[in-house]
Design a protein around this ligand. Structure first.
Ligand SMILES: NC(=O)c1ccc[n+]([C@@H]2O[C@H](COP(=O)([O-])OP(=O)(O)OC[C@H]3O[C@@H](n4cnc5c(N)ncnc54)[C@H](O)[C@@H]3O)[C@@H](O)[C@H]2O)c1
Ligand SMILES: O=P(O)(O)OC[C@@H](O)[C@@H](O)[C@H](O)[C@H](O)CO
Length: 395
């Protein structure tokens, strides 16, 4: 029998990254989603196209050999597919992991195949597979946990490829950048060996890769998005074309680079080259990536291990400079009441209803005794005061 991958999330990165590389590696991909339109389209087509766009032109690949199941309406089918699959991946967003865990737990529990299932969450978050595993374990009978390792193996990953929101008439087709990086821990697969997926770079220690990615790509991306929206820009490329915003992004990246070089002993020259690649990538005018997509979910992005507070906290602990990152935090706090973004409404409510120190704890999870805490409270206070004066943040 051929190899089978179950992939949760038939969205942009699911179709344009994970499924592409699983397909190339020879897997049949079974997409699981809760959106009727995506499932219907996947069920009613035999192929879709992934087009890489860059100044060098366009290259198109055709993805075939997939099926799709709606987990909202056909949960038992999903459970059975998982029980005979080789790998489960997901790209649903870090806040959705808890919702997909119960069905994965049921599928794992009834497995009787000799090889354990490989589980790899492909989200922009540190330790996303660990988080998913925690939710799966909390939906597994305690007496079955001891033998879980015979049925499933869990590996964290870092994924990098910019996939903007797609044009409304593009159907399943995805336009993406050429660059990609998929790094996964190999240790958890032990003697069984890791899955054979040529696109994956297997490593012993993931932390340097995921922190470098999140604190360079996503920190700069989100900085451009929040400053860009504040300045009335529509896309990230447009924001990066603005010399002031570009300068701010560079300042922020100097701070995160100093952490990455110090903590992970990456050579300064290597990090500088990485930074230049990322600046070129996020400035790519062919991607048309909106500031709203990149700024989406500001409460998640202000979290303790996330792209701003994560590096700023570690810099503060080391007595190193972090004030440009605080500027990004300030702009993120102004991403309030944005259309179709529930967290931007939640952010506005938290800022409205709480004193600065309480709002800081609620949003960032920073400990009140942390060396970064008072600096963030000041920024929160500043944004709250503007809203009190004008009835809204300065947008
Ligand atoms: N787009 C990018 O450039 C990019 C790059 C790297 C990583 N990521 C990460 O990948 C993840 C997905 O991002 P995206 O841009 O593809 O988002 P997206 O919104 O395009 O796709 C998410 C998909 O998950 C589906 N979904 C939601 N709840 C579900 C559930 N309970 N079960 C199954 N499916 C469910 C949605 O219907 C949607 O199709 C995020 O963690 C993001 O940070 C995105
Ligand atoms: O997906 P988010 O919301 O965590 O972040 C938005 C973008 O920065 C992100 O999707 C990037 O495009 C991606 O991480 C590039 O690899």
């Amino acid at each position: 029998m051929g190899m089978k991958a179950i992939h949760f999330g038939g969205g942009n990165i699911g179709r344009g990254f994970v499924a592409e590389f699983l397909h190339t590696a020879g897997y049949e991909v079974v997409f699981i989603d809760v959106m009727d339109n995506i499932i219907n389209e996947l069920q009613n087509t035999k192929s879709y196209q992934v087009t890489e766009v860059s100044e060098a032109g366009e290259t198109t690949k055709t993805i075939t050999n997939y099926r799709a199941i709606n987990s909202k309406t056909h949960e038992q089918d999903v459970v059975e597919e998982i029980s005979t699959a080789d790998i489960v991946t997901c790209a649903v967003g870090p806040n959705i992991l808890k919702f997909i865990a119960p069905v994965i737990a049921k599928g794992i529990d009834i497995r009787s195949t000799p090889k354990p299932l490989a589980v790899i969450a492909c989200e922009n978050a540190i330790g996303a597979t660990d988080t998913l595993r925690g939710h799966i374990e909390s939906h597994t009978d305690s007496e079955r946990l001891e033998t879980m390792g015979e049925r499933a193996q869990y590996a964290n990953s870092a994924i990098d490829r910019i996939v903007p929101a797609q044009a409304p008439n593009s159907g399943l087709n995805v336009r993406i950048e050429k660059f990609y990086e998929w790094v996964v821990e190999k240790g958890p697969f032990g003697n069984v060996g890791h899955p054979n997926i040529p696109a994956i770079h297997w490593v012993d220690h993931l932390e340097p890769y995921i922190e470098r990615k999140l604190f360079t790509v996503n920190t700069s991306h989100a900085t451009a998005a929040y400053y860009g929206r504040y300045a009335g820009k529509k896309t990230i490329a447009e924001a990066m074309h603005d010399s002031y915003i570009r300068g701010v992004v560079r300042d922020v990246l100097k701070e995160t680079a100093s952490l990455i070089i110090d903590k992970h002993e990456i050579e300064a020259q290597e990090q500088q080259e990485y930074v230049e690649t990322i600046i070129a990538r996020i400035s790519n005018p062919y991607l048309e990536d909106s500031v709203e997509r990149v700024g989406r979910a500001p409460v998640r992005k202000l979290g303790r291990k996330e792209r701003f507070i994560g590096p700023a906290a570690q810099l503060a602990e080391r007595g190193m400079k972090y004030d440009s990152l605080l500027g990004s935090v300030e702009m993120a706090l102004r991403f309030q009441n944005v259309k179709d973004d529930a967290e931007s409404v939640e952010l506005a409510t938290i800022l409205k209803e709480n004193a600065p120190a309480d709002a800081t704890v609620q949003l960032t999870g920073l400990e009140r005794t942390h060396p970064l805490f008072s600096a963030v409270v000041k920024v929160v206070d500043q944004v709250q005061s503007e809203a009190k004066e004008t009835g809204q943040p300065r947008i």
